[in-house]
Design a protein around this ligand. Sequence first.
Ligand code: SF4
Length: 78
Amino acid sequence: MPAVESLAIVVDQEECIGCSACVDEAPETFELDDETKACVKTPPGDELEFILSAAAACPTEAITVTDIEENQILYPEA
Ligand code: SF4
């Protein structure tokens, strides 16, 4: 399991519908901005399993999680 520090967590705000499912799963990593779009906190404060749960919970597949040390996309799964 990669360390959270080695993750790139990206929200495609064009796809985000502001449902806050990601915030419910990983509230120390995701928050909604003034335009009700999800953004990523710096640094992310949740463990990897919750960050991946948040990505999986997104109804529009707006969240991508990459292990930048291994150059491996963790979500969406291949
Ligand atoms: S779960 Fe997806 S659509 Fe919902 S707020 Fe988070 S990024 Fe946006």
